[in-house]
Design a binder for this molecule. Sequence first.
Ligand SMILES: [Zn+2]
Length: 168
Amino acid sequence: MVSRFTRRFDPEKPRDHLDEQFDTHQPPMGTPIPSVPPWSALVLPGGRPHSLYHGRRDCEALTADVRLAAQCAQDVKVQIVKLDAVRGREDRVGCPLCRPTETDYSKIKDCSVETEMGPQEGMRLLWREDPAAGWYSLVTYKVKYRQRSRLVAESRSAGELRELPSPS
Ligand SMILES: [Zn+2]
């Protein structure tokens, strides 16, 4: 795979949002690879109506959820839990980015997400509420670029999402 350099690494180059989404730059040699024991999962509690469990520390959805929890003044401590303990629990859903084969899609609602490329069909993964009673959702949607597509995860306020039922 050929590394392409974008603004993140080359300040001389104009910013290219799409390029950044597909940045293939590898971390420098010696950078510890985030990993968790195979029997375990990572959970950031506090999501409504459920939280996600993840298999990778560098999962984009987990990173976005930690940012969202901080924004909502919630606990941002990621817990390592036994996988057996989270599978089948009502309040835990496998992350569609890093545990897609375990995701229970019946617990995840479709929604329309405003993106730089216009409205995209996406999935609303969970809600978090900030101290001022504002609701924010962690959403994921596909970005297509040069024949490739990948799932990205971001947080959005309730007002930015369409066709949504009220938070439960
Ligand atoms: Zn994940």
